[in-house]
Design a protein around this ligand. Structure first.
Ligand code: GUN
Ligand code: ZN
Length: 481
């Protein structure tokens, strides 16, 4: 036994990991044919547990879409995934390495990804009794006005990001407030945590309290400065963020188009077709547009890097246009139920080939937990005589949402070389979950129990780029300690 010393591994860029002439990949252990010259020495960390991740959509590819290893090992080095495989042969081949964390019984999955959430609405979650447009005026705008103060924004960024990690969300596409300072605060905290985050300053120049309005020019300039300062700095990415058609004048949408041309690799996030009242007002404000989507389309804002939240009441033309452009929809079930906005018909999106992901939409959404969000999505599907399959649900929360953000080559799965953002999930986090799991006979049943009964309590640990950032059972020092 050599367990006291660090095991030395050779990493072959083409093949997986190799140790003393033994090659280890997902299929087990074979002899390495590679010349020693093509190897580099690494010192990996190993995590032993039950491994699940997706390679593609199980609704399309069935069992070929995922890898499930009951007793597996996840190998991580320098914040990246090196390999996954069966535990026994890998550990044996590595001479019982010292950096082995035994998480037997726990489920190891890539971190959850939330493609639509509002950071300045953390405090107004569960604000009661209004449909969208009153809810915005009565609760949301006053809350967002507080983010003018950079110290307050910093404090709330800490709260928000900690809440994401507690719930197992390792990447999100985030709306800031109209204030540049809110996004600066957000990226500052995220950079400290090294989380991969997408965020943008909300653009809104009308139909909101004056203190919350920018102008087409100031919105352009503030966004440009934030892009220059933060976009692709470490793991931070900027997204153009016009709030929605009601709060942006045609001039502001034009300026957004200019930014989109200047920075073609940016994502764009907004809202679309959430409630009938909202749609009626959009039709009045843009009488020349064919429909709601056409408002954005006229300004070049409908493309494969755009993500529109909701899209509940779209017409056939809009669906065809979303498919044609590759733009996507963020399905926000807990928000849609909370505000009474409607039931998104995902089968209809599938039929039209429209891409979609699944998101919380905090603060109209009622939980930061993607597990809880899958629960709500399942109920929305049942209300329409459809069924959200558990494997498909977990695909959406990980690789599916990574694809929405065009980040599938970095996060969302345990593909070799991906960033090692991963979760240690406790499938028996509560007495009831423990009891129910004893009756589960298949992976599907286990996952279904997890998404129906699970929430932040099921997230035992959250790792960011190989670093432990949340531990349910242990006090973690403040992120700025
Ligand atoms: N439409 C425009 N702004 C918002 C918002 O903050 N939340 C939701 N749910 N819909 C919106
Ligand atoms: Zn939203």
């Amino acid at each position: 036994m050599h367990s006291a010393r660090r095991s030395e591994l050779c990493f072959s860029l083409n093949y997986g990991i190799s140790y003393r002439g033994i090659l280890i990949n997902n299929h087990g252990v074979t002899h390495d044919q590679h010349r020693a010259g093509s190897m580099k020495t690494i010192h990996p960390s190993l995590y032993r547990g039950t491994i699940l991740h997706f390679l593609s959509d199980p609704a399309i590819d069935g069992p070929a879409a995922y890898e499930f290893i009951e007793d597996g090992v996840l190998v991580v080095d320098q914040g990246k995934v090196v390999a996954i495989g069966e535990a026994e042969p890998m550990i044996r081949a590595l001479d019982h390495p010292a950096n082995l964390t035994d998480l037997t019984g726990y489920l190891l999955m890539p971190g959850f990804i939330d493609p639509h959430i509002h950071f300045p609405q953390t405090e107004i979650i569960a604000s009661y009794g209004r449909q969208l447009l009153d809810w915005l005026q009565r609760y949301t705008f006053p809350a967002e006005a507080r983010f003018k103060d950079p110290r307050y924004a910093l404090k709330m960024a800490e709260v928000f990001l900690r809440e994401l990690l507690r719930n197992g969300t390792t990447t999100a596409a985030v709306f800031g407030s109209v204030h540049k300072t809110s996004v600066e605060a957000f990226f500052e905290v995220s950079a400290r945590l090294n989380t991969r985050m997408v965020c943008g300053k909300v653009l809104m120049d009308r139909r909101a309290p004056e203190e919350l309005c920018d102008t087409p020019e100031s919105g352009y300039e503030d966004s440009r400065q934030l892009i220059e300062q933060w976009h692709n700095t470490g793991r931070q990415q900027y997204a153009l963020t016009p709030r929605f058609a009601i709060t942006s004048s045609p001039e502001q949408l034009q300026q957004t188009q200019a930014l989109s041309r200047d920075y073609p690799d940016l994502l764009l996030q907004s809202h679309l077709s959430e409630t009938p009242e909202e749609m009626a007002l959009v039709a009045k404000l843009f009488p020349d547009a064919r429909d709601y989507l056409d408002v954005y389309d006229r300004y070049g804002l409908v493309h494969e890097r755009s993500i529109y939240a909701h899209g509940i009441h779209l017409n056939e033309r809009e669906l065809a246009r979303l498919k044609e452009t590759g733009a996507s929809v963020a399905f926000c079930p807990s928000s849609n139920l909370f505000l009474g906005s409607g039931l998104l018909d995902t089968a209809r999106l599938d039929k039209h080939g429209v891409r979609y992901g699944i998101a919380t939409d905090i603060g109209a959404g009622t939980s930061f937990s993607m597990l809880h969000t899958l629960n709500e999505a399942y109920k929305v599907s049942r209300m329409q005589q459809a069924t959200l399959e558990p494997l498909h649900a977990f695909y959406l929360a990980t690789l599916g949402n990574a694809k929405l953000l065009h980040l599938e080559d970095r996060i969302g799965s345990f593909k070799q070389g991906n960033e090692a953002d991963f979760l240690v999930i406790d499938r028996a986090a509560t007495p009831l979950m423990k009891l129910k799991q004893t009756h589960c006979e298949s992976l599907q049943e286990q996952l279904f129990t997890l998404m129906m009964l699970g929430d932040d309590r099921a997230i035992k640990q959250t790792y960011i780029a190989g670093q432990l950032r949340h531990d349910r059972d242990r006090h973690m020092p403040d992120h700025n300690d």
